[in-house]
Write a protein that binds this ligand. Structure first.
Ligand SMILES: [Ca+2]
Length: 354
């Protein structure tokens, strides 16, 4: 087998395995049907990032308002693109109030809502959505939802606010806790600067409690899931794709024993079935490897994907084998060519006697 063929085989293998990973099918298709133990549904929108008006936000809110079983809607920040855009704030207010009488709802501040050119502008956010950066809601006697809005230039959550959070959680020990904040608590290698600046401090506070199950964020404009293992219980750290791009709306069906997470876009009519869009959080799970890929949750790059990261060492192993085989083959061919050359030279120096 020639070198070109070997490398072609390697590229094909990497391409095929990568495609298998990307298009790995969800265990279920379409919206989940409501099963036994179902309690209620809540929704998350994030990063609508609009100037002037937004048919995407208006459409998403209208669609949510028509759903009969929705308990709560949270917008996790960057509802507008510019904190000084008065028209955008007026429309944001009108759109969100479309949920009045339908369900409880809340908006928390993101960096685009309150920061412009490295200056803090909270006036419009406070005028249209309230002064307090921190709020909490109790849903169906099951969930405690805590909102930590962005209120400083560096996005840090102060010790005082974290102590407030501790007291709220301490007062609701019987509830499962969901913390909403614009920036993520996890950091990705190329997006490490986008997480909460003092995430370590926040985790120290969260770890004091055994009932925090999930965090909801936006900001990085992509769906992602990581599981933080620490304290008494693991915590699902999630971010949702932005509303501004495809009209992404994330939904959470809450059951007695689990939360089914999925997503839909009214704009494209698309149901999102990827492993980062659709997954199940078991509220009292004892498992240390939720996706069964032999990587424990705390180390797993994608803890909802049963092939990742297994597929990465497999690709590396196949690549290393092919490269080793190619190098050995090349060395052998060179040795053979060298012997042949010597033989020809000897033949030339000692021509056969006539
Ligand atoms: Ca795993």
């Amino acid at each position: 087998m020639g070198g070109k063929t070997l490398f072609s085989s390697l590229l094909i293998f990497i391409l095929v395995t990568s495609l298998v990973v990307i298009f790995y099918p969800s265990p279920k298709d379409g919206n989940p049907s409501i099963g036994e133990g179902y309690l209620f549904t809540f929704a998350q929108l994030t990063d609508s990032h609009f100037s002037g008006s937004s048919s995407k936000l208006e459409g998403a809110i209208s669609w949510l308002a028509e759903r009969g079983n929705l308990s709560f809607v949270v917008h996790t920040g960057d509802i507008v693109d510019n904190p000084l855009d008065e028209a955008a704030w007026r429309y944001a207010y009108i759109y969100m109030h479309g949920l009045d009488g339908k369900c409880v709802w809340a908006v928390l501040a993101g960096d685009n809502d309150v920061i412009l050119s490295n200056r803090l502008y909270t006036t419009n956010f406070e005028r249209y959505f309230g002064k307090s950066a921190d709020q909490y809601f109790i849903l169906g006697g099951r969930l405690l939802i805590i909102l930590l809005g962005l209120s400083s230039l560096d996005g840090r959550i102060s010790e005082e606010r974290l102590e407030w959070m501790d007291n709220v959680i301490e007062g609701h020990k019987d509830l499962h806790v969901v913390i909403c904040l614009h920036q993520c608590l996890f950091s990705l290698p190329i997006l490490s600067l986008t997480s909460v600046a003092n995430a370590g401090e926040v985790f120290k506070h969260i770890e004091k409690h055994g009932n925090v199950v999930m965090t909801l964020s936006g900001h990085i404009h992509m769906s992602w899931v990581q599981i933080y293992v620490g304290g008494e219980k693991k915590i699902w750290l999630t971010s949702a794709a932005p509303l501004e791009r495809e009209g992404y709306v994330r939904l959470f069906d809450v059951y007695e024993d689990r939360i089914e997470v999925y997503a839909f876009s009214l704009l494209t009519g698309k149901t999102y079935n990827g492993v980062l869009d659709r997954f199940t959080i078991w509220l009292n799970s004892e498992s240390l490897d939720e996706d069964g890929d032999f990587w424990s949750d705390g180390l797993d790059l994608m803890p909802t994907h049963p092939l990742v990261p297994n597929i990465i060492p497999l690709q590396a192993l196949v690549a290393a084998t092919i490269i080793t085989y190619y190098l050995k083959l090349r060395r052998r061919l060179r040795a053979r060519n060298s012997k042949l050359k010597c033989k020809i030279q000897r033949t030339y120096r000692n021509p056969p006697m006539k």
